[in-house]
Design a protein around this ligand. Structure first.
Ligand SMILES: NC(=O)c1ccc[n+]([C@@H]2O[C@H](COP(=O)([O-])OP(=O)(O)OC[C@H]3O[C@@H](n4cnc5c(N)ncnc54)[C@H](O)[C@@H]3O)[C@@H](O)[C@H]2O)c1
Length: 284
């Protein structure tokens, strides 16, 4: 018996990283999975995004569990991409029990240097895309009087991030959106929560801009990133989080074990948010 036996889970940003882990964990627990990913780069993002091959590989991993997988090349900035993927999933699988609104991008820059395009890409993907995803499944969930939405925020939804004000603003926005969605859906039955990861070992961080940010200088390395992970966390022996550690929490939120859990943020951060604001390298 799996925790999600017979359920259908729709995942945005499902090609790789945490989206892939959500897909694998959902399938492991008995769910069929629909995956939507842009599978193309975005100019204002300094690292490659997921690819069509990544999307196909995630679908294969789901199928290895004997579960069904649908894959959609689509952008969470497009309501029609989302609406048509949701409609096709319901037509094929009969329903959607859970949405994991996970697609996201990350980029850095002092707020006063961000271009209009950098700002709007970030907000459109990381905040508006989450609203669009929830909007796409809401009528179906309301009609069925059940469902679970998990929105991916971040510890950056609860504290300032270094030099990425647009990302921080979007991730704070996701928490407000999640609470409003939870409140509006509650009388109809569906639930909504956010998962707030700390630093996770995915291609979003495992790249040169990530190394440079963590090391504090150009030319940073993967070792710098891992060391930064240790310093970001409190829990013994934790450098970067494994994406499956986020996915296992999402499985719980989408399962009947969490039947009365709605409107809450769930931190998966190895204790990062317990840290006091000690400045290890003050600028005098
Ligand atoms: N990696 C971290 O440390 C970390 C920490 C906290 C929160 N998060 C959040 O977790 C989520 C997943 O990120 P990840 O770490 O797996 O990164 P990732 O870059 O490995 O995966 C993100 C996926 O989203 C897809 N995507 C990006 N823009 C899209 C769009 N407009 N439409 C559809 N798909 C799109 C990408 O192609 C990629 O496959 C994001 O919302 C991110 O902000 C990440």
């Amino acid at each position: 018996m799996g925790l999600l036996d017979g359920k259908v889970v729709f995942i945005t940003g499902g090609a790789r990283g945490q989206g892939r882990a959500h897909a694998v964990a959902s399938a492991r627990e008995g769910a069929d999975v629909a995956l939507l990913d842009r599978a193309q780069d975005i100019d204002t993002v300094g690292y490659p995004l997921g690819t069509a091959d990544d999307l196909e590989q995630t679908a294969s991993l789901v199928e290895e569990f004997g579960r069904r997988a649908m894959r959609f090349a689509g952008d969470v900035r497009s309501q029609s991409d989302l609406d048509s993927a949701v409609a096709a999933t319901i037509a094929e699988f009969g329903k959607i029990d859970a949405l994991i609104a996970n697609a996201g991008i990350w980029a850095t820059g002092p707020f006063w240097e961000l271009s209009d395009e950098q700002w709007s890409d970030m907000i459109e993907v990381c905040l508006t895309g989450v609203w669009r995803s929830a909007k796409a499944v809401a009528p179906h969930m309301i009609e069925r009087q059940s469902g679970s939405i998990v929105m991916t925020s971040s510890v950056d939804g609860l504290e300032p991030g270094g030099i990425y004000a647009h990302y921080t603003a979007a991730k704070h926005g996701v928490i407000g959106l999640m609470k409003s969605v939870a409140l509006e859906l509650a009388p109809h039955g569906p639930r909504c929560n956010s998962v707030n990861p700390g630093a996770v070992d995915t291609p979003m961080l495992d790249n040169q801009p990530g190394y440079d940010l963590i090391s504090g200088h150009p030319g940073g390395t993967r070792d710098d990133l891992v060391e930064g992970g240790h310093r970001f966390n409190v829990l013994r022996g934790t450098a970067l989080l494994d994406p499956m550690e986020i996915a296992n929490t999402t499985v719980y939120l989408n399962s009947d074990l969490a039947a009365k859990v709605t409107g809450t943020t769930v931190l998966v951060d190895a204790g990062h948010m317990l840290l006091t604001g000690y400045n290890h390298s003050p600028v005098r």
